[in-house]
Write a new protein. Structure first.
Length: 324
C-alpha cells in the first residue's frame, strides 16, 4: 500500500472516475477554507459505491480538540484510529476491517476516515481513490497553511493594537487631565479593541458597604451619575455589581449564561443578549468594571484599573477590590 502524502509519487492511475467525481475535483480550486476543501473530499468519497460514511479530521492535538468535516462527534475508536493513521505512511484499518483511516499529507496531517459496508470493500476503496486523494490532500494542506497564516496575522495585529492601547492608557496616567476626561478617554481606547458602548467603573467602600459610579456610559440609560454619590449596597442586591463584590469572581456571558453563574433570582438583566464581562482587580482599590462586548481584552481592563488606583485619592482606596 502506498503513502497518502501531498508530495507522494503515486504511479497507479484511478480505475474508475465518474463525471461527478471529476466535477468535485475541479471544485477543489474554488474551495478556499479547510472546511470547504474537506467537504469536497467527503463528497468525493461518498460517490464511491463501497463508501458508507466519510469524515475528514485535522488538528488532532489542537487546544479546542480535533476539527472535522462534517462537524460531528467522533467515537473514541474512530479518534484512536485517526491518531494511529496520523503517524503511519500507509492506511490503517480497524480490527473489523470496515473502517480505514488515510493520512492525506505528512506534516500536521489531516485524516480521511472511511467506513465501508463490507470488510472486503475497504482495500478496494483505498486503491480506487488514491490518485484523487493525492490531489485533494494537496489542496487541503494549502488551505490549512493559509488558515494558519491568517490566524497568526490576526494575533499579531491584535497584539499590536493591545500594546498601543496600553501605551495610550499609560500616557493618560501621567497627564494632568481631569479625572472624568481620563476615564472617558480610557473608555474610548477600550472601544478601539472591542464593542464597549456600555461601560462603567464603580468604587466600593467596604467599611460603609457603599459604592460610587466613577464612570458610567450606556446607550439606553443616559441618566447622569454623580461620581461622589455613595449608594448603599443593599439597594443593589442581586445585581451584577453586587454579586461580583460579594462573590469576588469574574463573570462573562449573556443574560442566561450569567444566571447560570449566579443565583437564579438575578434581578438585573443588563446584558440584553450581548456577551458581558464583569470582574474585579487585585490591589487596584477600584471595584468591578463592566464592559459589554463580543471580544474581551481583560489585560487592558486590569491595566486600566491599576493605573486608576495610582491616581485615586488615598481615602477612597483604603482596601483592594475582590480578587478575580
Amino acid at each position: 500500500m502506498m503513502e497518502f502524502v501531498a508530495n507522494a509519487d503515486i504511479q497507479s492511475p484511478p480505475k474508475r472516475v465518474t463525471s461527478a467525481q471529476l466535477e468535485l475535483l475541479s471544485r477543489l480550486a474554488d474551495a478556499g477554507t479547510p472546511k470547504e476543501v474537506a467537504a469536497v473530499i467527503v463528497r468525493l468519497a461518498r460517490e464511491q459505491a463501497e463508501c458508507d460514511s466519510a469524515i475528514v479530521v485535522w488538528d488532532l492535538d489542537g487546544e479546542g480538540g480535533p476539527a472535522s468535516e462534517p462537524a460531528i462527534p467522533m467515537a473514541a475508536a474512530d479518534l484512536k484510529l485517526a491518531r494511529t493513521a496520523s503517524m503511519s505512511p500507509v492506511p490503517v484499518f480497524s480490527s473489523d476491517g470496515r473502517r480505514v483511516a488515510i493520512r492525506l499529507f505528512e506534516t500536521n496531517p489531516a485524516i480521511l476516515l472511511l467506513a465501508t459496508r463490507m470488510p472486503s470493500d475497504a482495500p478496494d476503496l483505498v486503491k480506487v481513490m488514491q490518485e484523487q486523494l493525492r490531489i485533494a490532500g494537496r489542496h487541503l494542506w494549502r488551505a490549512l497553511e493559509s488558515a494558519a497564516l491568517e490566524v497568526s496575522h490576526l494575533r499579531l495585529e491584535r497584539s499590536e493594537k493591545l500594546q498601543g492601547a496600553l501605551f495610550a492608557i499609560s500616557d493618560l496616567a501621567g497627564s494632568d487631565r481631569d479625572m472624568s476626561d481620563v476615564l472617558r478617554s480610557i473608555h474610548a481606547i477600550v472601544g478601539t479593541l472591542m464593542y464597549a458602548e456600555n461601560f462603567f467603573i464603580v468604587l466600593y467602600n467596604d467599611e460603609r458597604d457603599t459604592l460610587r459610579f466613577l464612570y458610567f456610559a450606556d446607550v439606553e440609560d443616559t441618566r447622569p451619575r454623580d461620581p461622589n454619590l455613595e449608594i448603599p449596597m443593599q439597594t443593589r442586591e442581586n445585581s451584577l455589581t453586587w454579586y461580583l463584590i460579594r462573590g469576588g469572581k469574574p463573570l462573562m456571558g449573556d443574560t442566561e449564561q450569567l444566571r447560570a453563574q449566579m443565583w437564579p433570582h438575578l434581578e438585573w438583566s443588563y446584558s440584553n443578549g450581548t456577551p458581558t464581562l464583569l470582574f474585579g482587580v487585585e490591589n487596584s482599590g477600584v471595584g468591578p468594571a463592566l464592559v459589554e462586548g463580543v471580544r474581551v481584552t481583560v489585560d487592558v481592563f486590569r491595566f486600566t484599573l491599576r493605573i486608576y488606583s495610582r491616581m485615586s485619592p488615598p481615602e477612597v482606596t483604603s482596601r483592594a477590590a475582590p480578587t478575580p
